[in-house]
Design a protein around this ligand. Structure first.
Ligand SMILES: Cc1cc2nc3c(=O)[nH]c(=O)nc-3n(C[C@H](O)[C@H](O)[C@H](O)COP(=O)(O)O)c2cc1C
Length: 215
């Protein structure tokens, strides 16, 4: 199966069958998420993995029922992955990543100091809201790679933003960690007999409309 076959195979699963995703496959998906590229390599996001049935039952209440249909995936999934992102850039967070990268690469420490100052000066002028959005955008790249990796493992996923972020943040005590929830992803296996979306054709904007080639 090629990457494109796997992307054709996957769909935003609306009903899962409760089957458990093996640890090896979960690890593979999380590793793809971890290996995602991010602006300046800062990886300003963290992933929470929830598999406890009782916790999932509680989290189900945070999902918008009307968005777009009855969102049963949380109840029937194997694991729920929650992407969270930094609530902004700080000298400590940025410095920590840059320093660790420099050490791993045997580069002089002061090199990361110069880069850190340049980044922080820039981010400061852009403001807190911009920073929060920027971190969330990086999280989406990791999220996309996890969807792709799951498809390769024949694990179903539902990318979801239809949930109450404030409640999720409170439940996971994210504020004290300087994080905010961004997107969630139940993973598991499609309920072939009961998922109304499975039989519907995938539709995407045609290539001619999607791609503009500039000679
Ligand atoms: C960021 C994002 C948020 C989404 N939120 C939801 C959601 O809350 N609930 C849901 O059922 N599907 C959600 N979807 C799934 C999309 O509706 C779906 O990916 C899109 O219609 C394309 O269909 P396909 O993924 O089945 O190919 C979301 C997708 C993305 C990428």
């Amino acid at each position: 199966m090629t990457l494109l076959n796997n992307l054709q195979w996957r769909y935003a699963t609306k009903k899962m069958n409760g089957q458990i995703v093996p640890q090896g496959k979960l690890d593979y998906i999380l590793e793809a998420a971890r290996l995602a590229p991010s602006s300046s390599g800062l990886q300003p996001y963290r992933v929470f993995v929830i598999s406890n049935g009782q916790t999932l039952e509680q989290l189900k209440e945070f999902v918008f029922k009307e968005f777009p249909f009855n969102q049963e995936q949380i109840k029937d999934c194997s694991h729920l992955l929650v992407w969270t992102a930094w609530d902004g850039y700080t000298a400590e967070r940025v410095g920590n990543v840059l320093l660790k990268t420099s050490i791993e690469r045997s580069l002089p420490e002061n090199q990361s100091e110069v880069y850190k100052k340049r980044l922080l000066d820039k981010y400061e002028t852009l403001g807190k809201e911009w920073q929060e959005n920027h971190c969330a955008k990086q999280a989406h790249i990791s999220f996309g790679l996890a969807i792709t990796a799951a498809a390769e493992q024949k694990v179903d996923t539902t990318p979801m933003e239809g949930f109450d972020n404030a409640k999720m943040d409170e439940f996971l005590k994210l504020e004290e960690l300087g994080l905010k929830s961004v997107v969630i992803m139940p993973i598991g296996y499609r309920d072939e007999a009961n998922d109304w979306l499975l039989s519907l054709k995938k539709w995407r904007t045609p290539k001619e409309e999607f791609v503009t080639e500039i000679a």
